[in-house]
Design a protein around this ligand. Structure first.
Ligand code: 2AM
Length: 179
């Protein structure tokens, strides 16, 4: 049995609903439900039970103190036909990058193969299909400087993800408190 796994930070309850008020009606843009909002730290992919066990053990050994992350600004990945609309978390926050490094090490030492592309931390707010950047421009302009919240990161989470026709369903597999 394989699970499709990734490690992320769950947005606190209070912050999840901040983005509802931004919600412009743009054809082709699907907003994520508030309970799914997260910041991906490491995307891993399909993992068997044995490797998952090893990964759980390694993640439990990660030692990074809780830290604050500003949630600021919005943007879109994907050139002139963006696929992802996101909220940002400030530039180069050292604690976030340290945690990312520890998590990647935990994944690698479990014999797994994480996505090793450069880390561009973001909170995906919506997924776009066939939407031009021009159509997103008013939204991006209105909120690009917004200071949404100050997020106290106190844990990270191992999620499994199941792909369905309505989008992905995420399940919490393990929540590890920072200390
Ligand atoms: P995204 O939101 O920026 O698309 C679960 O799929 C999470 O892992 C998503 O938040 C997704 O980020 C992220 N992710 C990173 N790399 C991925 C990949 N290669 N395939 C699927 N999801 C990936």
């Amino acid at each position: 049995m394989f699970k499709r796994l990734f490690v992320g930070l769950e947005l606190p309850e209070g912050s999840r609903h901040l983005f509802r008020k931004l919600d412009p009606q743009i054809k082709g843009l699907r907003w994520l439900p508030p309970e799914q909002l997260h910041l991906t730290m490491s995307f891993i992919g399909d993992v068997d039970a044995e490797h998952e066990e090893q990964l759980r053990g390694n993640l439990a050994q990660v030692r990074v103190s809780p830290f604050f992350l500003p949630i600021t600004g919005v943007g879109a990945f994907g050139g002139e036909r963006p696929s992802v609309v996101w909220a940002g978390v400030g530039k180069g926050h050292p604690h976030l990058f340290a945690l990312h490094q520890h998590i990647q090490d935990a994944v690698l030492h479990a014999g797994l193969d994480p996505d090793l592309k450069p880390f561009h931390p973001h909170i995906t707010l919506g997924r776009a299909r066939g939407v031009s950047r021009a159509a997103l421009k008013p939204f991006l302009r209105d909120y690009q400087e917004s200071e949404f919240d100050l997020w106290k990161v106190t844990s990270f989470t191992l999620f499994s993800s199941r792909l369905t026709a309505e989008g992905s369903i995420y399940t919490v597999e393990l929540r590890q408190e920072l200390q």
